[in-house]
Design a protein around this ligand. Structure first.
Ligand code: NDP
Ligand code: KPL
Length: 281
């Protein structure tokens, strides 16, 4: 084993984890993991790997801490949704030490110290700087030893875009309509909005020279089926009246499209509607 410490700003969560362990429910069983948590990065010291797992709205707040924790040699890993996180991390952390990726694991905070781990899926990671594979390989090896099925890719940009297409096609639509991911496929109306949002994102990606491997609309609909009973993360944020990651998902497409002179009316509308919801919480 590795020594793992959880760092969170939520004192109630940290206190509960330290007192009772982290309680993990997965639908079949409940287990308790004894792990140290803290709100104070100074209690941790320099680490081999800092794992950045805050909402993209908070990435800028954690860069300094991640940079300090990783010292001059540690790796920094992000599996966050949306785009722009790595650019933010790169402002203080050497891009050669940044590893990025996506995960199909799903976790939700149920109460302080208690999470639901719904769905176990693959994690894919790769170096932000394409040529430096060894950090990603070591991390993948350790994750696999710990039972977190992980593979590495050299072209992590293209992986991030594949996940972005899915989030572009599911998150804002489900958040605005109150439906589950699977219900997106029930009506031709929502299927069509999703299709158009993803096609727009594909045209932006093509204009940026991103390699697109599989049919992104098909992948989006498959993801909606695979997570049919889930409410998307943006749906959950809206339900709880929390800031969403819209700026890093559909909002990112709008910003890139503007720079490239590409028209993205569906993404623009979805972004404006989510921003309107957030402004009236
Ligand atoms: N949850 C999931 O299943 C998956 C999530 N993702 C992505 O991963 C990222 C994280 O998601 P998720 O874990 O759900 O997010 P959560 O908001 O549930 O968890 C992040 C935690 O970090 C805390 N936090 C916020 N700011 C700081 C800070 N400055 N220092 C330390 N802790 C802080 C938050 O506190 P507070 O609540 O007070 O803000 C919260 O407890 C997102 O980009 C998401 O899209 C990707 C795949 C799956
Ligand atoms: C894949 C999907 C849509 C699963 O809910 C997701 O990543 C999210 O909700 O942010």
């Amino acid at each position: 084993g590795e020594t793992v410490t959880l760092l969170d700003i939520r004192k109630d969560h940290v206190d509960s984890i330290n007192a009772n362990g982290l309680i993990i429910e997965d639908g079949y069983q409940r287990r308790t993991v004894k792990i140290t948590a803290t709100t104070d990065p100074d209690q941790i010291g320099i680490v081999d790997l800092s794992f950045v797992f805050v909402k993209s709205t908070h990435t800028a707040d954690v860069v300094r801490t991640a940079a300090e924790l990783s010292g001059s040699e540690g790796w920094v890993l992000t599996l966050q949704n949306g785009m722009g996180n790595i650019e933010t991390l790169s402002e203080r952390i050497d891009p050669l030490r940044i590893i990025a990726g996506t995960t199909s694991h799903g976790a939700t905070l149920l109460a302080p110290g208690k999470i639901r781990h719904a769905g176990i899926g693959e994690t894919v990671i790769g170096p932000w700087e394409k040529t430096i594979m060894f950090g990603a390989k070591i991390i993948a090896e350790r994750f696999n030893q710990a039972g977190i099925i992980t593979r590495t890719v050299a072209d992590v940009q293209s992986m991030l875009w594949s996940k972005l297409f899915i989030n572009v096609g599911i998150n804002a639509i489900t958040a605005l309509t109150g439906i589950s991911n699977g219900q997106l496929l029930d009506l031709e109306q929502t299927r069509q909005i999703s299709r158009e949002a993803v096609y727009e994102a594909v045209s932006v990606a093509r204009a940026m020279g991103i390699t697109i491997q599989e049919d992104p609309v098909e992948k989006t609909f498959l993801a909606a089926t695979a997570t049919a009973h889930n409410r998307s993360s943006m749906g959950q944020d809206v339900d709880k009246r929390r800031p969403t990651e819209i700026h890093a998902i559909n909002g990112f497409i709008v910003r890139m499209a503007q720079q490239l002179g590409v028209q993205v009316p569906v993404n623009r509308t979805l972004t404006s509607l989510i921003e309107t919801l957030e402004a009236h919480y």
